[in-house]
Write a protein that binds this ligand. Structure first.
Ligand code: AMP
Length: 285
């Protein structure tokens, strides 16, 4: 694999190789098997793959979160070396390469930016729109790979691609979990030991919630999710919502379910000081 940290260097290398489809996996580093699953999907489909590692400041609404975000570049490169081929590229730009001038663009994501994560992380998806569109400009991929772990982000990026009429296909990939069910996340390594031990309660609870849809309506399911998570000390739920995967319309009664749509139960939990998100598809009854 090649490690490139400038935009001109990257563009030159991609042009020289002229391989298509060009696959792209954007990440913020602190890589784990979830990221690697995206890389594997990309190398399976694309003769050339670019993996970017860049912690984007404009998507952090919380300055401490940005400061504490794990940065493990040496370990990341060592891990990627096992999965990338000779010509594949790891792109590690700095802030000046990504934002040569301040990015003042304001995106309009409609309802996608009014529910769930958006209510708890103001400005987050605008920052995601800025960085992903800028990286798409730089890399010019044919296919970009994203994890459904960031459920709302996938919908936002698909909407951005439609709005900007970009010629990139967005592929969403399944959530990779630890053996105990906890969704892999770069933030998991920041969890205190006692909190980490109890963290599987999140997936266990939303799995049960998905089963409950057969015999219960949504208020009962929400009540169950909140009480199951918050009975663990140090765990506080920010939201649990059931929403469709394109317009992210959150529903409060089963009668609001629309046929032909897929629904996901989406959760954000404060586990100690660390904020975790997860989701599960809700089978329709
Ligand atoms: P991040 O580095 O957190 O910005 O994540 C980079 C990409 O990896 C995003 O598309 C995430 O959705 C995806 N990702 C993160 N965690 C997982 C996971 N546990 N399983 C699958 N994809 C993931």
């Amino acid at each position: 694999m090649k490690i490139i940290n400038t935009v001109t260097g990257l563009k030159k290398q991609v042009k020289v190789l002229k391989l298509s489809p060009l696959g792209f996996v954007p990440t913020m580093g602190a890589l784990h098997e979830g990221h690697i699953s995206l890389v594997k999907n990309a190398t399976k489909r694309c003769p050339l793959v670019v993996v970017s590692i860049y912690v984007n400041p404009t998507q952090f609404n919380d300055k401490d979160d940005l400061k504490n975000y794990p940065r493990t570049i040496e370990a990341d490169l060592a891990l990627l070396k096992n999965h990338l081929r000779k010509d594949d590229i790891v792109f590690t730009p700095d802030d000046r390469e990504v934002y040569p001038a301040e990015d003042k663009r304001i995106f309009s994501f409609g309802n996608l930016d009014k529910v769930m994560e958006a209510l708890h992380r103001p400005g987050h998806f605008n920052g995601v729109g800025q960085v992903v569109s800028r990286l798409f400009d730089i890399v010019e991929p044919d296919i970009a790979f994203f994890g459904i772990k960031d459920f709302q982000q996938v919908a936002v990026i698909k909407s951005m691609v439609r709005q900007l009429k970009l010629g990139v296909r967005i592929m969403s990939c399944p959530i990779i979990r630890e053996a105990d069910g906890l969704a892999m996340s770069s933030r998991n390594r920041l969890l205190e030991k006692e909190i980490r031990k109890k963290a599987p309660v999140i997936f266990k609870t939303i799995s049960k919630a998905a089963e409950m849809i057969c015999d219960n309506d949504i208020p009962e399911i929400k009540k169950f999710v909140k009480s199951s998570i918050e009975k663990e000390s140090g765990f506080r739920i920010e939201y649990f919502e059931i929403a469709d995967d394109t317009d992210l319309v959150t529903i409060s009664k089963k009668s609001e379910i629309k046929t032909g749509k897929r629904y996901y139960g989406c959760i954000a939990v404060k586990a100690g000081n660390i904020r975790l998100i997860d989701n599960i598809e809700i089978p329709l009854v």
